[in-house]
Write a protein that binds this ligand. Structure first.
Ligand code: 5GP
Length: 196
């Protein structure tokens, strides 16, 4: 069995990534979503063990000590990290893994695993992003401001990614991500073993 591939999906806060990912995962049992650990408080509707593993800072530090993370980063006052074990297990089972992580984490994973495929999801415009972040109503004005600053940095670094998807409509964004994943599986490195 061929091992699964890892796909990083990054995009500024408020770009609509969660909706795109929800659609992407519909009827795709061959895909594994890596559930991150975070010290952020759950938002309304977020479920522990589904959207994130919500843990406190002490536990997060302990996991760093135990080398349990593939990567981790600080983002607007909270820590976020990818537990390594589940990612590796899913890939061994032949599943593709999706990491929904920000830029710093993407850089760390790329340096450890250069074969990772990085997809950046961008908003149709800067105004659209601002409007969504404010309209979502999940963050304080101060946090929204900090997320916007961070969003600018992420957009400026989007050219370091392998692919750039614009979330104009969810359907088109999902179609493009599926196309990217399919194309990545058509690389000779994935298929030449039939000749052995
Ligand atoms: P949010 O608080 O909006 O759920 O996430 C904030 C940012 O953290 C998003 O850009 C999201 O992609 C990123 N993020 C979520 N989990 C992880 C993780 O495990 N590692 C890193 N580096 N970033 C993460």
């Amino acid at each position: 069995m061929t091992k699964g591939k890892t796909f990083i999906i990054s995009g500024p806060s408020g770009v609509g990534k969660s909706t795109v990912l929800r659609e992407l995962f519909r009827d795709r049992e061959d895909l594994y979503f890596s559930i991150s650990a975070t010290t952020r408080q759950p938002r309304e509707g977020e479920v522990d063990g589904v959207h994130y593993h919500f843990i406190d800072v002490d536990r997060f530090r302990q996991m760093i000590q135990e080398d349990a993370f593939l990567e981790y980063a600080e983002y607007v006052g909270n820590f976020y990290g990818t537990p390594k074990r589940f990612v590796d297990e899913a890939m061994e089972q032949g599943k593709d893994v999706i990491l929904d992580i920000e830029l710093q984490g993407a850089i760390q994973v790329t340096s450890k695993r250069p074969e990772v495929v990085r997809i950046f999801i961008a908003p149709p415009s800067w105004e659209a992003l601002e409007k969504r972040l404010v309209g979502r109503g999940t963050d304080s004005a101060d946090k929204i401001q900090k997320r916007l600053v961070r969003a600018k940095v992420e957009l400026q670094n989007a050219n370091t990614y392998d692919y750039f998807v614009i979330n104009d409509t969810v359907e088109q964004a999902v179609r493009e991500i599926n196309a990217i994943m399919l194309a990545e599986h058509c690389k000779p490195s994935d298929r030449m073993d039939i000749l052995n």
